[in-house]
Design a binder for this molecule. Structure first.
Ligand code: RP5
Length: 166
């Protein structure tokens, strides 16, 4: 449950709490669209069993999209995707060395059959927005609300750019 007692629709997970300064932007985007989410640290390497338990149970608990961020040998998004049927959005977190290329390649080069939708290095905000769009495909009231809100959001982006030009 989130602070309003709603079931989280998005699982926002990361390999370490050191990823939070990047990953928080995904949470901020979800908050802007009033999408309930949960946050957790699940390391593919340090807590593998806990990570798999989380991934395997997420759909049954009501989660509909998982955003997973990790850096370096960034195996968390792919391993989460292997243990759930939910869409997984991977965020390559840049670390001190290699400019995040290690994180990017670890996440994006998935074997056929287990997809991870990978955003840009450090692109947690877009991960949050992509999760909103995924939920917006819902045929019910939630989808209608999010499509309307996303449409307004895009119009606002356009206005900001056009206003700078005038
Ligand atoms: C990865 O190792 C985490 O996702 C993090 O980006 C990186 C470093 O973790 P810490 O050593 O800061 O805990 O698994």
């Amino acid at each position: 449950m989130d602070s309003d007692g709603r079931t989280p629709l998005v699982g926002l997970v990361m390999g370490s709490d050191s990823d939070w300064p990047v990953m928080r932007e995904a949470g901020e985007a979800l908050t802007e669209f009033d999408v309930p989410y949960e946050v957790g640290v699940y390391s593919a390497h340090r807590t593998p069993r806990r990570m798999l338990d989380y991934a395997a149970g997420a759909a049954d608990r009501g989660v509909r999209v998982v955003i997973a961020g990790a850096g370096g040998a960034a195996h968390l998004p792919g391993m989460v995707a292997s243990a759930t049927v939910l869409p997984v959005i991977g965020v390559p977190v840049p670390l001190k060395y290699l400019d995040g290329m290690d994180s990017l390649l670890s996440i994006v080069q998935m074997p056929a059959g287990i997809p991870v939708a990978t955003v840009s290095v450090g692109g947690a905000r877009n991960a949050g927005l992509l999760a909103v769009r995924t939920l917006a495909a819902d045929s019910g009231e939630l989808g209608a609300r999010l499509r309307e809100r996303m449409s307004r959001f895009q119009a606002e982006l356009e206005t900001k750019v056009l206003d700078k030009d005038s």
